[in-house]
Design a protein. Sequence first.
Length: 229
Amino acid sequence: MAKILVICGDIWHTTEVVKAGFSCLTDLYDQMTFVEDAKDMLTAADLAGYDLVICCKGNNVTSGNSVPWFEENVNECSPGDFANYVQQGGGFLAVHAGCSFSEKNLPENCQKPCREYIDFVGCRFVTHPPRCPVTYQVVDSTHPVTAGVEPFCVRDEHYQIEMTGDDARILMESTSSEAATMPAAYVREMGKGRFCALIPGHILAVWQNPQFQKLLTNAIHWCMKEQEV
């Protein structure tokens, strides 16, 4: 049985939604360990004990503490440790809030580690309009992450992001009447490991959508090298 670490919980994205969302994946849920206060609970050494790390967390300590998650010379597990984990063969999946990082308005001692996380995931969060109907469309159906995934439209936050990873392979795009078309799912091969980013997922109804569940399941299995390109 695989061991999956789910890092979740910030002031805009509660642990409750993430846990309820993953509970829809009945074959995988029992393999998941959930951590909210990753700043004080998670060490770099802990990562090696997991087959996959899933980040559904923005840049806050917890849902009740808006202090930035990453701070120079404070964290026991840094963005560089995540990158090393993947380089050495681990899998990493960033879902929604895990792609919401920006240096904007951060204290100086938090800006460098935030940029390191942005470099690791390959995107920088810019903004999003108020929640609205967002259509998610596969643009690369040849990859295992998008296998069998049909277009779907859900009320969601239409993230506007700046891609920073030149090696990213875009698999899906998002469109709405409120903002520009954006990448909605992409993958990166990093050393011996695999990285995937899925942008949808703000409210529970998105997680309950059958097409998002298919996408999420595919991404988990691909990141753990249970599916090949």
